[in-house]
Design a protein. Structure first.
Length: 657
């Protein structure tokens, strides 16, 4: 890859935090942030050691903070012992047993509240049931469940007895499920009869039956089924058992199993470039610390907050900012089963109004689809309770950022645009709401103790104002420990020799402006080389979406081109109806000219296609790999069962003539 990626966006708008916000913040102002960064620079291990002692409860204190002797297989706090579930539940029982831990709002609007004490009993009963099934410390339990209090209890119950959980998103197919059961060597599966999303019932148990029938899953002895929809499912005795039956009569107390800080808390599969699923393995101690610190720093957690992360627990965001981070700090959080547009596009805003949400964390994809569904809708709801807004999952384009800031946040809520990955465990680069003057579309600065940099392909730092490859120069507590069962792949993917084997390679291109603000420019493999110019797809997408009159959403990929090496191919969802014929040609030309004006002629899309939507997983992630196949005219062989709308693919195969 060539050394430099050209940064073509120039964002000059800056939004400093208000003086009142700074005054009450956990990290109050730039000097306080700088002091933390200086402490980490001066005494890296002392800094992370202090935070681990102050923020986690240890059964056996650690004496060594970081072991780098077998790099890149780093160990944090590895002679210490603790338990993640104890840190999320037991330690709050003395101080706030009756505080609401989770407010669960079902797809149909029914609300269930559960206190810390009630959640503790629920977790202990399931932990005892798992023990009765013979699940031991180190065994793997696969979880395939809907958004529910039960899925959090299942994850916490595994952590409580030292079992390693692997959650599979409820939209994945039976084949994906089987691959993960086999790779993890799971001995137990916890699932549900089905789930509700957008008024529809989606079955889950049949996919588990199909997966287990495919072979290679012989280790699975028990399948526990949560009765959510009440629909009839096939129950195969003695393997399949209802959740309500297995917990009946189980004790409401369960002594936590103390584990080494390096003990694998979970494996979470992420799509790799090869067909084989990539099991990202996280530790217990370091991972938990990162979720706690980011709750306090980035979300400025206060004991009175109602916190809402809209992610699904099947993704890392749901692990870190639903199941572990909020409970470890003793927060009250919202969990939502449904989708943002059902029964109408005001659902998110109504939930914020009804439950008086203070901190709201969602994806740019959701924000853009809500703008399309009704940009003025938030004004009909009382959103005064909001004090912080956050974004996660991909860079947010400046125009969506501005709408979020002015319409949802009433120009008074700091926006934390968080950059992190499944592999990093928690936030890495993000504004701190009481510190950072924000710039739309920039994730701003690294968190204290995170040594982020932008380098060329020889590992040399690039100067400010230039783009390159994002790396993390030093290990951090929440980092991936290995790829489950494939340490060589871990080394090759994240610590390649080209970077001296010592820098973590994030796989993202990024730039830094003259003031040091980071901006993510898309995956390295999403960088286009057009006539010798290297352009980040994210910047072209941002330019297209900046046409607020016409464009609701855009995704840009490259395709081979005889003339220019690569050509820009743009998939666009308009604010109005999908055009055809002469209309499509006219709008396509208008958008080409627009990009030419915003960025330059070099970035004009050669190929423009219109669709009613973009191909997204049910979590809202755009499947750019499918778009690349469509742009190249290839047959689609990938599994499309996780798509919310497979029919869209046919629309997008039609270029504007």
């Amino acid at each position: 890859m060539s050394a430099q990626i050209e940064s073509v966006l120039n964002e000059t708008r800056v939004f400093p935090p208000s003086a009142e916000f700074v005054k009450q913040a956990n990290v109050p102002g730039m000097a306080a942030y700088q002091a933390l960064c200086n402490e980490a620079e001066r005494d890296f291990e002392g800094f992370w050691g202090r935070l681990a002692r102050e923020n986690l409860d240890w059964h056996k204190p650690f004496t060594k903070v970081l072991d780098e002797s077998n790099a890149p297989f780093f160990k944090w706090y590895h002679d210490g012992e603790l338990n993640a579930s104890y840190n999320c539940l037991d330690r709050h029982l003395k101080t706030q047993p009756d505080k609401i831990a989770i407010i669960f709002e079902a797809d149909d609007g029914k609300v269930t509240r559960i206190s810390y004490k009630q959640l503790y009993h629920k977790v202990c009963q399931l932990a005892n049931a798992l023990k009765a099934h013979g699940v031991k410390k180190g065994d793997r339990v696969l979880i395939y469940m809907p958004m529910s209090i039960e899925v959090v209890a299942a994850m916490q119950a595994c952590a409580r007895i030292g079992a390693t959980h692997s959650v599979v998103f409820g939209g994945f197919s039976a084949k994906s499920l089987q691959e993960r059961i086999v790779d993890a060597g799971a001995t137990e599966v916890i699932t549900a009869d089905g789930q509700f999303r957008g008024g529809k019932e989606i079955p889950l148990k049949p996919a588990v039956d199909e997966a287990l029938a495919m072979g290679g899953c012989e280790k699975v002895k028990n399948v526990i089924v949560y009765k959510r929809t009440g629909t009839t499912v096939n129950m195969q005795a003695p393997r399949d058992k209802w959740l309500h039956d297995v917990i009946k009569g189980q004790a409401e107390e369960c002594e936590p199993t103390w584990v080494n800080a390096e003990h694998p808390l979970f494996i979470l599969y992420t799509s790799g470039s090869t067909g084989k699923p990539k099991g990202v393995q996280h530790s217990t101690g370091g991972y938990l610390l990162q979720t706690v610190m980011t709750m306090k720093w980035v979300f400025d957690y206060k004991p009175t907050d109602v916190f809402w992360c809209t992610a699904d627990v099947g993704w890392v965001t749901g692990h870190s900012y639903i199941t572990y981070g909020p409970l470890a700090v003793g927060a009250t959080e919202i969990m939502f089963e449904g989708i943002p547009t059902y029964p109408d596009a005001g659902r998110f805003w109504k939930i914020i109004q009804d439950h008086k949400v203070n901190v709201f964390y969602t994806a740019p994809t959701a924000i853009r689809s809500l703008i399309k569904a009704g940009g003025d809708l938030p004004k009909k709801y009382d959103l005064k309770s909001l004090r912080i807004l956050g974004t996660v999952g991909e860079p947010i384009n400046p125009e969506a950022w501005m709408w979020y800031h002015t319409v949802v946040g009433d120009s008074r809520c700091p926006i934390v645009d968080t950059w992190w990955q499944t592999e990093t465990g928690g936030h890495m680069i993000s504004p701190l709401p009481g510190v950072t003057p924000t710039k739309p579309g920039s994730c701003t600065f690294p968190l204290p103790g995170i040594m982020a940099a932008i380098v060329d392909e020889t590992g040399q730092d690039v100067e400010r104002g230039k783009g390159g490859i994002l790396v993390i120069k030093r290990p951090w507590p929440g980092m991936i420990r290995t790829i489950w069962g494939d340490p060589e792949r871990y080394k090759k993917s994240y610590y390649p020799e080209d970077f001296h084997g010592k820098y973590y390679l994030a796989g993202d291109g990024a730039s830094r402006d003259m003031e040091g603000y980071f901006r993510i420019m898309g995956r390295i493999d999403d960088v286009l080389n057009v006539s010798g110019h290297r352009l980040g797809t994210m910047e072209i997408e941002s330019a297209l979406v900046a046409n607020t009159t016409l464009v609701a959403e855009a995704a840009v990929v490259g395709r081979p081109d005889d003339m220019t090496g690569e050509a820009v191919c743009a998939f666009i969802v308009l604010k109005g109806a999908r055009p055809s014929g002469a209309d499509a040609k006219r709008i396509a030309q208008e958008l080409r000219d627009w990009v030419g004006k915003e960025i330059g002629a070099i970035a004009k899309p050669k190929d423009i296609r219109f669709g009613d939507n973009l191909p997204k997983t049910r979590s809202g992630k755009i499947m750019r790999r499918l778009l690349r196949s469509i742009a190249k005219g290839e047959e689609i062989t990938q599994d499309v069962s996780t798509l919310e709308n497979p029919a869209i693919l046919e629309q997008l195969k039609q270029p504007v003539a």
